[in-house]
Design a protein around this ligand. Structure first.
Ligand code: AKG
Ligand code: FE2
Length: 285
């Protein structure tokens, strides 16, 4: 029998470098790239420290007491109860993603109150901070002239008694995803979001422990969540294109053409500078 080469599994590591679109502002956005061993394939992501301020995170978490029953429909990745709270679906405010077990008591009322409280907050952040970031990264060739649009947005929680993992998957529903950490303190949980190339490679954990830290990636990134201890809260938004000019196919997931990098125009560059100057100022407060 042929034996495996002694270098198997192949060495594998995520590569991190300063994200070039943000070099000038030197705010520490990092581009990571996962290269599949032996095949010429890679997937990139950008980690943005403090995309939201801690005050913004506190405002979101303030609407989410631990006693709030989350939605328990089957998760699309592993079929177990999802423990999600959907706030946006198909580009619109939603009251529920899918039917699931009745939360009992006044559970629905509590969920509706939480969504109503989150709606203005998340909506402003999605349009003013998240969507332009996605459009700047993937470009108008992919996002459409009007820019990428938030299609789905939900809060996830990983409580010790509920869910510890979200198995690795691609976000096939999304052109691009933004995940924002909703931690109130940096030691609220251990473990977290990992990126992977599957097989025998070792997953790479991303450090998103500070509330407001965010990662932006396209649908082609293999990723998942494993919480080793504590409670983790995250805000997940899936983006599609602008929905213009493609009839019913609009807003369907689209693969980012490989190696495409958005070329930022002066207006977008200025906007990014401002986002980063603001986030630096927030850090200094
Ligand atoms: O909770 C997270 O950080 C990510 C969850 C995720 O990958 C997803 O909702 O698609
Ligand atoms: Fe995902």
């Amino acid at each position: 029998m042929k034996s495996l080469p002694s270098t198997w599994p192949p060495p594998f590591e995520a590569r991190f470098e300063t994200y070039s679109a943000f070099n000038e502002t030197a705010t520490g956005a990092l581009e990571g790239s996962m290269s599949w061993p032996r095949i010429n394939q890679s997937a990139a992501f950008v980690v943005h420290p403090s995309l939201l301020s801690l005050d913004e995170v506190r405002a979101i978490r303030g609407a989410l007491p631990e006693s709030l029953p989350f939605e328990q429909h089957e998760d699309s990745v592993d079929g177990y109860a999802a423990h999600e709270l959907w706030v946006w679906n198909d580009g619109e405010y939603t009251t529920q993603r899918r039917a699931g077990p009745d939360p009992g008591g006044d559970g629905h009322k509590q969920q509706m109150a939480a969504r109503a409280a989150l709606r203005p907050l998340l909506s402003t952040l999605m349009t003013e901070r998240l969507a332009p970031l996605v459009t700047a990264r993937y470009g108008r060739g992919v996002c459409g002239a009007a820019g990428c649009v938030a299609c789905s947005s939900l809060i996830r929680r990983y409580l010790p008694s509920e869910r510890r993992v979200h198995p690795q998957h691609f976000d096939l529903e999304a052109l691009a995803t933004v995940v924002v950490s909703l931690s109130l303190t940096e030691d609220e949980y251990e473990g977290g979001l990992f990126v992977h190339t599957g097989g025998q490679a070792r997953p790479q954990m991303l450090d998103l422990h500070r509330g407001g830290d965010a990662v932006v990636h396209a649908g082609d990134l293999l990723h998942g969540v494993r919480v080793n201890s504590g409670s983790r809260w995250s805000w997940v938004t899936w983006f599609g294109n602008d929905g213009e000019g493609e009839g019913d196919a609009a807003r369907q997931p689209q693969r980012r053409p490989r190696d495409e990098r958005a070329t930022l125009d002066a207006r977008e560059r200025n906007w990014l500078k401002k986002v980063y100057a603001d986030s630096r100022r927030r850090d200094e407060l």
